[in-house]
Design a protein around this ligand. Structure first.
Ligand code: C2E
Ligand code: CA
Ligand code: CA
Length: 395
């Protein structure tokens, strides 16, 4: 068991070491150089159980360190410390929590022995073992139920508008799966997607969602509306051989051009299976189907990985958009994602635009397209034309 203290002030390291020792902690190391510290952490990842990290250091800043720790998959306890700004401290811990790090607490200097005793109590109470899967769903439905829903046609789609920041015109719609359950009413995807994946049902599921989405697109086209249609696909789809042919067949069936379709894949999942996915992604892209990297910011992709994959769009996760204007950590992630996207020539969608502040901020950092409750909630496809009339009347 090792405790590591990272602070550019050697006096703080000395003091903390003395205080922790007085509480019975052994095996304490200190680092004054943040880049050297990152190397040390990478080298001794599983040995470090407790990490104290100062946020204001020359060179690597606190946000960067938090991102690095998440990328490395650091599973020990984390204590963020700061000499000055309580706001930065709060935002950094919030960011760290979003990135699934075990933040024990955030401390403002000067740090007392009582603070440290509290840290040790929290460390002891920290759950051990493997971290929970991100966004673990409630497993309330069985694979069999979902299979039956697919056969009965109970899986439907709702459409959520995406509008341009520049002039507010409708650019696209994301099609979101809903289960019209005979007893339970409208069931949301977090209650059945993971189960459908586990039951190996995603090929049929995605085909149903795509069919429903393209039917909606054909209906809108008849009214002169041609929004970009975004459909979520799972990693299972990308590594199954039939995907490209299935998508082409469905497009041809309704006569919707391939370039009007965008497929969204979650960042974390695609990066874990980069090699397997690349071939299919390239083939889809060659057919002019749009490819969007979803929930960006939660998957720690490197610029190099992103450059290698043929994406056309990036969606900044709603966890980093909503509240970004008054939260430096979220704001930093938002604008860093923007810079990255610009460098790669990707168009950027801000998800989770819930209020005027979110809208103003995402627009200011340069996002192209807004999606979120501030624009509209997901709605049945037949409601879209009336919504659009209202929306256009107000813009
Ligand atoms: P997602 O792809 O990130 O979809 C956006 C989710 O954010 C939707 O939740 C949407 O209703 C919600 N949302 C939209 N605007 C706001 C906002 O302003 N604030 C907040 N807090 N939330 C907002 P939904 O429909 O419950 O979908 C959840 C997830 O389920 C989706 O996340 C997507 O990962 C997955 N999913 C949905 N439909 C499908 C599908 O057909 N296939 C697959 N594979 N996954 C799907
Ligand atoms: Ca999505
Ligand atoms: Ca998303």
């Amino acid at each position: 068991m090792t405790t590591l203290i990272v602070d550019d002030d050697p006096f703080v390291i000395k003091l903390l070491t003395r205080q922790l020792t007085s509480l019975g902690v052994t095996g304490i190391d200190g680092q004054t150089d943040s880049s050297a510290a990152l190397t040390a952490i990478a080298d001794h990842l599983s040995a470090i159980t407790l990490l104290f990290c100062d946020l204001q250091m020359p060179g690597v800043d606190g946000i960067e360190i938090v991102r690095h720790l998440a990328t490395l998959g650091y599973r020990g306890g984390l204590v963020l410390i700061s000499g000055e700004d309580a706001r930065i401290l709060n935002s950094a811990s919030e960011l760290a929590r979003v990135l699934k790090l075990n933040v024990l607490t955030a401390l403002q200097k000067p740090i007392t022995v009582a603070h440290l005793a509290d840290v040790l109590t929290r460390l002891a109470a920290m759950p051990t073992g493997t971290p929970p899967a991100p966004r673990a769903p409630r497993r309330s439905y069985q694979g069999d139920d979902i299979a039956q829903a697919l056969t009965r046609g109970d899986i439907i789609v709702h459409a959520q508008p995406q509008v341009s920041f520049a002039d507010r015109h409708l650019v696209g719609v994301e099609m979101l799966a809903r289960w019209l359950h005979p007893q339970d009413g409208l069931v949301f995807p977090d209650q059945f997607i993971a189960e459908a994946e586990a039951a190996g049902l995603m090929d049929g599921f995605t085909q149903s969602v795509l069919q429903a989405s393209l039917r909606a697109a054909a209906g809108w086209a008849a009214l002169g509306l041609h929004p970009q249609i975004s459909v979520n696909i799972s990693m299972d789809n990308l590594i199954s051989i039939g995907l490209v042919a299935m998508v082409e067949t469905e497009l041809n069936r309704v006569g919707v051009p391939a370039s009007q379709l965008t497929l969204e894949v979650t960042e974390s999942r695609v990066m874990q299976n980069e090699a397997a996915a690349l071939d299919v992604l390239l083939r889809l892209r060659l057919k002019r189907i749009g490819l969007s990297i979803d929930d960006f910011g939660t998957g720690h992709s490197s610029l190099a990985q992103l450059r290698d994959l043929p994406f056309s769009e990036l969606k900044i996760d709603r966890g980093f958009v909503h509240g970004a204007s008054h939260d430096p950590a979220r704001g930093a992630l938002c604008s860093a994602s923007m810079r990255m996207a610009r460098e790669l020539g990707l168009s950027v969608v801000a998800e989770g635009v819930e209020d005027q502040n979110d809208w103003d901020y995402a627009r200011l950092v340069g996002c192209d397209i807004a999606q979120g409750y501030f624009v509209a909630r997901p709605m049945p496809p037949e409601k879209l034309p009336a919504w659009l009339t209202d929306w256009n009347a107000q813009r």
